[in-house]
Design a binder for this molecule. Structure first.
Ligand code: ADP
Ligand code: MG
Length: 701
């Protein structure tokens, strides 16, 4: 669904050339002329409106000013010169700064001249300034209507150096739109376009980049958002329909000895009613003749593992093997230990296979899997990468914690003639809108109840200067025999600094809690696996009371005796990560605590994240807030970034459009599951084109 012009390599577009083309590829994934058109502006500026300097409030958001240059000066050494100019309007002053092209700008700038100034203000040395602003001499003519709304594109430092800032990109886009060969073929059926009164595709692309009016901009956005969400939903609806039609699932009808023995003689507690309900839902799937593809959501500690275990025993009662995959080796080991423990005395052969399993042991396991002696295999995701063969694999449980591994699931499916049943467990409650987009082809079960007797974790926020109080609290808990986590952020972008921070923090803790009276463990991602395991083991076996760690402990460890979680620089984490970390405590019978430490200076979002944590333990509420705060367009690359790569739609703000898209997609698939009806040709073709373009559909990061 493209034209030769849109397929033209971007290098051949006037104004691009090989160097810029290479950068566009590397930095933004733009290969063709058509690709560039899907780089939608991330915001627009109304050029007829001006800000007052005194009214500037936000960093990182573009402003347009009309101000006079009142002072110009240069500083720095001759080859690292910088230019500073002061601009003034009748409300105040702002600094303009250039680090590059100083000589040229110096020649161009006229003192006392009034300019239209455009750029992103930031606070520097306590003053507002804009670096590398755009300057224009104001015109007295009113702007033509189609130039009032100005698109702003995301660019990168490297592209900017080659003249492709948001303005440069806009210019290229304009070149495309003005080319006589520019035609954007329609991608939706006339029925849909008419029914929803959507703008046609050509008009939508023109107006998303260079809106003729605010009204047309809004219509262009609506059209393109719908299209984006519709195709996601159409694909999911098609997959789901295909799955339900196939009737190719193993049928597990029997509840036999394994389940009964376990349930009546091994389980030391009552199942919660949520667990019972979910097991019922799973049993219905397993007996249906269709392949199960179910997402099991439940907060940390809600008892998902137990549900998974019961499901695996059902498989076993029907003479099928199961495997359980965990996101990390630590977690795989933990599952192995827990599950082996719970099955003690039952005639079930459980094996652990990870990257560090020795070849000899590996061979034994492999033989056991092929002969059918091994009933349950537990391991990391590496299980599916390796040449592991089963005798009759009937069920795959995937513990994703808060990772999303749809691509890996697909891989697993290809391996088997009859696809095993799939149960995906996730500890991050997924908001409804997100689940609809991300897991639309899965059925969902929710455990919305914690086992009885759990004390809810008390969460408190402390500012840095109150660290003394925090240490005092830790000491009290350690003297009561409890154990404590102290977690430091370790983020790729600032890895070196973070690591130093962690080591400094460790030193401080050791000073506060010296040996031999106390013992402190440390674990971080840069350590050797063996060393990590040893430190972990020391903590698990209570040889150490305090564990200083990076977020490597976020998934995995289960130390019921640990009842205090201290999170350093709490402002730097995303909400769901904070919630995951907090979930490491509160696993035993003791009252547990989570302490969030931060500096005084907090952004509005950080404040909201922290106050949400202090207010609630409810994973769903936290997930909703998280999604609202982060949104998919979030650019804070240093935190967990948004999960879905949507170009224009926003699953929070565009929930309504998403629902339309979903309903229409399932209506269409309901009537024409294979999209073979002539009327739906256009949809089938577009779907196919998207598949070809991105064999590894990159919806999930
Ligand atoms: P999740 O995997 O959802 O984080 P787990 O399955 O690990 O949770 O369960 C957390 C703890 O609660 C485990 O120690 C488990 O044995 C226990 N548990 C699970 N279900 C129940 C229940 N119904 N009653 C009491 N304890 C339970
Ligand atoms: Mg678990």
């Amino acid at each position: 669904m493209s034209t030769p012009f849109l397929e033209t390599p971007i290098a051949y577009l006037k104004g691009v050339g090989p160097t810029r083309a290479e950068l566009l590829k590397k930095e933004l994934g733009i290969f063709t002329v058509g690709d560039l058109l899907t780089l939608f502006p991330f915001r627009y500026v109304d050029r007829s409106k001006f800000h007052q300097i005194a009214e500037i409030r936000d960093e990182n958001s573009f402003v347009q000013l009309k101000a006079r240059i009142v002072h110009i000066q240069t500083a720095g050494s001759p080859h690292r010169q910088r230019l500073m100019a002061t601009a003034r309007d009748n409300s105040g002053e702002i600094e303009l700064v250039w680090f590059q092209g100083v000589k040229w700008i110096l020649e161009m700038l006229s003192p006392q001249q009034e300019y239209v100034i455009f750029g992103k203000p930031a606070i520097f040395n306590g003053r507002w300034s804009i670096s590398h602003p755009e300057l224009e001499i104001p015109t007295t003519q009113p702007l033509p209507l189609n130039e009032v709304i100005r698109p702003i594109y995301n660019s990168t430092e490297k592209l900017k150096l080659k003249g492709l800032d948001h303005k440069g990109i806009g210019k290229l886009v304009k070149t495309i739109l003005l080319n006589e060969k520019f035609i954007m073929p329609e991608s939706l059926t006339p029925e849909i376009v008419n029914r929803l009164r959507l703008l046609n595709r050509q008009k939508a692309f023109v107006n998303i980049h260079f809106p003729q009016s605010p009204d047309l901009l809004q219509k262009a956005q609506a059209r393109l958002k719908f299209e984006e969400l519709f195709y996601i939903q159409l694909r999911l609806a098609k997959q789901r329909y295909g799955r339900l039609q196939k009737h190719d699932g193993h049928r597990f009808l029997k509840i036999g000895n394994y389940v009964n023995q376990f349930y009546h003689h091994h389980l030391t507690f009552q199942l919660t009613s949520a667990q019972k309900r979910v097991i019922k839902e799973i049993r219905a799937d397993l007996g249906s003749g269709n392949q199960m593809n179910r997402l099991l959501q439940g907060d940390v500690g809600s008892g998902k593992t137990l549900v998974a275990l019961m499901t695996m025993l059902i498989a076993l009662d029907n003479q099928f093997q199961s495997c359980l995959m965990a996101p990390t080796e630590i977690l795989a080991k933990q599952h192995f230990k827990t599950i082996s423990g719970m099955l003690k005395g039952l005639d079930v052969m459980v094996k652990l296979l990870t990257g560090s399993t020795r070849p000899a042991e590996r061979r034994i396991i492999q033989n056991g899997l092929q002969s059918g002696e091994v009933h349950l295999l537990i391991g990391t995701h590496a299980l599916i990468e390796e040449k592991v063969k089963f005798n009759h694999l009937g069920l795959v449980v995937i513990d994703e914690q808060h990772r999303f591994g749809v691509a890996q699931r697909a891989k697993l499916w290809e391996k088997n003639v009859v696809t095993p049943h799939i149960l995906v467990m996730t500890a991050t409650p997924i908001p409804r809108t997100l689940a609809m987009t991300l897991y639309g082809d899965l059925d969902t079960s929710v455990i919305d109840e914690l086992p009885p007797g759990r004390k809810s974790i008390v969460t408190r926020h402390f500012y840095e200067p109150d660290r003394g109080k925090v240490f005092k609290f830790i000491r009290e808990k350690v003297h009561e025999g409890r154990q404590v986590y102290i977690v430091f952020p370790l983020i790729k972008e600032s890895e070196k600094l973070d690591l130093k921070n962690l080591i400094d923090g460790y030193q401080a803790v050791i000073q506060e809690f010296p040996s031999p009276q106390y013992a402190v463990s440390m674990v971080h991602g840069k350590m050797k696996q063996q060393q990590k395991d040893d430190e972990m083991k020391n903590f698990v076996e209570k040889h150490t009371q305090i564990m200083v760690a990076t977020t490597v402990i976020e998934v995995g460890v289960d130390v019921p005796n640990a009842s205090v979680m201290v999170i350093e620089n709490a402002e730097r984490y995303g909400l769901s990560q904070l919630h995951q970390l907090r979930g490491r405590v509160g696993r035993g019978g003791d009252q547990s605590y989570c302490i969030l430490l931060s500096g005084y200076e907090l952004s509005a979002d950080a404040r909201k994240r922290i106050s949400t944590m202090v207010r609630t333990n409810d994973g769903f509420e936290i997930a909703e807030t998280d999604l609202q705060l982060r949104g998919p367009g979030d650019l804070q690359g240093t935190q967990q970034s948004g999960i879905i790569d949507l170009r224009i739609a926003d699953i929070v703000k565009d929930e309504k459009i998403l629902k339309y898209a979903r309903n229409i997609a399932s209506e269409i698939i309901g009537k024409d599951p294979g999209l073979t009806n002539e009327n739906n040709d256009i949809l089938a073709q577009h779907l196919l084109a998207m598949d070809l373009k991105q064999q590894n559909w990159g919806l999930i990061s």
